[in-house]
Design a protein around this ligand. Structure first.
Ligand code: SF4
Ligand code: SF4
Length: 147
């Protein structure tokens, strides 16, 4: 699927705080990784990911099934536009985290490739391995190593 995206390389020219809503939303690569349950080490604050996806995530399409109402239905779902201090919870591949750290986007990012499927084709999205969190209590048994 061809991507319909805003102006060229705007993320290299503007700080995150200055992005329009359209630009902000287009910066999301659609990987779905941020919608996986995570665990934080009490001692060193390190974050690990599990393969367990939020119950609102449409795993096949890696999209929230109720994006507008997500914070009502899932109060722990953070709005990144107002919670930038929480970027350490994001995967290292996340475009918001990369831009915030002054790093370039990966070649598979839809804003670079021009193709929204490239994040899946590159094996970065959760499409191939995530499972729904519903009914699972032992998060530790589902820890994964996300690169
Ligand atoms: S990890 Fe970042 S780029 Fe990937 S879906 Fe979440 S917000 Fe978007
Ligand atoms: S509510 Fe939606 S955006 Fe938030 S973690 Fe769940 S699936 Fe992801």
């Amino acid at each position: 699927m061809k991507a319909d995206l805003p102006g060229e390389r705007f993320w290299e020219k503007k700080p995150l705080a200055s992005l329009s809503k359209e630009e902000w939303e287009s910066l999301c690569d659609g990987c779905g990784r941020c919608c996986l349950n995570k665990l934080e080490d009490e001692d060193d604050g390190g974050v690990v990911f599990t393969r367990l996806a939020c119950h609102l995530l449409d795993i096949e399409h890696c999209r929230c099934s109720d994006y507008e109402g997500r914070q009502v239905k899932v109060p722990t779902c953070l709005d990144l536009r107002v919670n930038r201090v929480e970027f350490h919870w994001l995967p290292v591949t996340c475009a918001y985290r990369l831009v915030a750290d002054g790093q370039p986007l990966f070649d598979w990012h839809p804003l670079i490739s021009g193709n929204r499927e490239s994040v899946h084709e590159a094996g970065v999205s959760v499409r191939g391995f995530a499972i729904p969190e519903t009914g699972i209590e032992e998060l530790e048994a589902h820890i994964i190593d996300l690169l």
